[in-house]
Design a protein around this ligand. Structure first.
Ligand SMILES: Cc1cc2nc3c(=O)[nH]c(=O)nc-3n(C[C@H](O)[C@H](O)[C@H](O)COP(=O)(O)O)c2cc1C
Length: 582
């Protein structure tokens, strides 16, 4: 890829930074439905994929409230919005943006099919309210606009008719509809969807084949691996024979979540790739922390495209090749050790600008991104929240009136997603600057003026950080960048420390969140051995007359990783590159 990298958000045309240039009339042309590789090639053979991501909490609410799900739908819902997808694409030159395919967050098929309000608050292809029934408007410019393609809309479902009804609403505005077969959360178990359909291969077949036969756009599916390669292969074959055009394989088991997430198994994905017919289009998912991991994953697995979820949330520029040192502009910072990354202030303001355009407003004119040596006069006024707001506890925010002009925004998925996206983006930044964390916790959906103030706070702190870095010849950040040793008794390959050493950057640069691997979490007491495992150990110890050596810890909720993780394959070490945790 040419290092023709998108740079600062200031002073550039909306199109250049992936913004929405405003309403445009784009008649939807009815295309012939393609399948498999022909379909994949028709959408530009995307190599990079923004994963489907939804905030699970909204579904928890829906399930528990059951009868009054309406209430749940207004609660804290977010997902990868159009603005975020556009932001992720914006780091590539316009000519290369179709190499990024994006998924919507998972929508609940039955709710989507049955409830206009749910549809309106989750997927907005037009500014006009969507009619209850077809024909749908053919002039989209929001979700699924030409600048938001290729786009797959994802559903969870367990009823083919509900899935088809939901899919029909979105089909005019997307390239394919994806079936979520990977959600491992308790709510998916209760609702019988996501990874909890694994045991019901006949239902999976019916869900996919119904869309394959009836829907005007192709169907795809995202699965997790099973406990054996042979079982995973049979699963993949079922999904493909039902009519899925693309198979995404998340290389983790259903049990690999929370502290047990651990590493994805690229070896199994490679093995699947080799067993399945050559023309099968496959995406790999798992273990992507930074840009270089994308190529490593592709080489290790042989897939067509690589999907990133958490890596993309932490760094929406993850799919763009970092600029060469001589081509770096203000947006990309590089330290004296040669390591660099996109600056948080640049990514934050670029995201805000795209949100403004997605909600049909003009972003403010911005000064050039600061570099040491620039005029520092603006740094004399420190940006802060208004004292009334700063002194109030975060939950009071809802009681305040939003200025009228912003009120209407609160039903846009683009603005409801902002707070969660910014917390991910600024995760490292806010651990250092807790006042920004507190400000972000207080801001209400739709309150763009307060987001502007928070951006100013971030810009101010980044400028100070950069000035200090230059003044001290890099020493100001040395302690922050120090990474401890691999804990005693844990092999490097089972530790997140090597990944931390590789990826850690100053807090003014966007970077991945790296969590302890299961053995480290266990050593720290974050997870404990299961009751069953403890009993087995106690029994074994008793038999050996050695009972005193069993652990005295209380029983944990989660099972011990040894019981759950797939046994290491001969190639495990290679497959575990990069040393990722998510
Ligand atoms: C916040 C969050 C929300 C997610 N929501 C979805 C979802 O709606 N549908 C889905 O198929 N997977 C979902 N996932 C799983 C991711 O798509 C992905 O499979 C998983 O995080 C592994 O990829 P990663 O290692 O790049 O993070 C979600 C993951 C995260 C972190």
């Amino acid at each position: 890829m040419a290092p023709e990298v998108a740079t600062e958000s200031d002073g550039r045309a909306a199109d250049e930074i992936g913004g929405v240039p405003g309403p445009r009339e784009v008649a939807l042309t009815k295309k012939t439905k393609l399948h498999g590789r022909a379909f994949y090639e028709s959408i530009g053979s995307p190599k990079y994929i923004v994963a489907p991501m939804v905030d699970q909490s909204e579904y928890v609410c829906v399930s528990f409230l059951g009868f009054c799900w309406d209430l749940a739908l207004v609660a804290n819902s977010w997902g990868v919005s159009q603005a975020w997808r556009m932001l992720s694409r914006s780091f590539l030159p316009a000519s290369q943006r179709s190499t990024i395919l994006a998924y919507t967050p998972m929508f609940h098929a039955r709710l989507f099919a049955d409830t206009q309000r749910y549809r309106e608050t989750h997927f907005q292809p037009t500014t006009e309210p969507m009619p209850e029934k077809p024909p749908f408007p053919v002039t989209p410019f929001l979700d699924g606009s030409p600048a938001d393609r290729p786009l797959f809309v994802q559903f969870c479902a367990n009823d083919p008719d509900a899935l088809l009804a939901a899919a029909r609403y979105v089909a005019p505005y997307c390239d394919a509809v994806d079936l979520n077969l990977g959600c491992p959360q308790g709510i998916a178990r209760k609702g019988h969807y996501g990874a909890f359909l694994q045991e019901d291969q006949a239902l999976i077949y019916r869900l996919i084949s119904t869309l394959h036969a009836e829907l005007e756009v192709p169907v795809t599916a995202k699965i997790r691996i099973l406990h054996t390669r042979e079982a995973t292969l049979a699963y993949a074959r079922n999904v493909l024979s039902a009519g899925a055009s693309i198979l995404t394989v998340h290389g983790r088991l259903r049990e690999q979540k929370g502290h047990l997430t651990g590493l994805a198994d690229w070896d199994t994905i490679r093995w699947l790739r080799e067993q399945l017919p050559k023309e099968t289009v496959m995406f790999a998912n798992g273990n992507i922390l930074e840009y270089d991991d994308l190529a490593k994953c592709k080489a290790a697995t042989g897939v067509d495209g690589v999907m990133s979820a958490e890596g993309n949330l932490s760094n929406p520029g993850i799919f763009a090749e970092p600029p060469a040192p001589e081509e770096e502009a203000r947006a990309y910072w590089r330290g004296r050790d040669g390591k660099g990354g996109w600056r948080v202030d640049e990514v934050f303001r670029r995201y805000l600008d795209i949100v403004y355009r997605c909600v049909q407003r003009d972003p403010p004119v911005r000064r050039k991104l600061f570099l040491p040596g620039d005029d520092e006069a603006w740094l004399e006024t420190k940006a802060e929240l208004p004292s009334s707001m700063a002194s109030e506890p975060p939950w009071k925010k809802k009681k305040e009136e939003l200025p009228k002009e912003f009120e209407e925004l609160i039903r846009s998925p683009n603005v409801t997603a902002m707070q969660a996206h910014l917390f991910h983006l600024l995760r490292h930044f806010v651990t250092k600057h807790t006042d920004v964390r507190d400000a972000l916790a207080r801001v209400r959906a739709g309150d763009l003026p307060t987001y502007e103030i928070i951006l100013s706070m971030v810009e101010y702190k980044v400028a100070r950080g950069l000035i200090d870095y230059e003044r001290t010849d890099g020493a100001s950040i040395a302690e922050y960048l120090t990474v401890g040793p691999v804990p005693d008794g844990i092999d490097e390959s089972e530790s997140s420390i090597p990944a931390l050493r590789r990826c850690k950057r100053p807090w003014w640069v966007v970077q991945p969140i790296i969590r302890p691997l299961p053995k480290e979490a266990m050593a720290k007491g974050a997870i404990q051995e299961s009751k069953k495992k403890k009993k087995q150990k106690a029994k074994a110890a008793k038999e050996e007359g050695n009972q005193g050596e069993t652990t005295q810890n209380g029983f944990g909720k989660e099972e011990a990783p040894e019981q759950l993780l797939p046994s290491p394959s001969p190639n495990k070490k290679r497959a575990l590159e990069p040393e990722v945790v998510v």
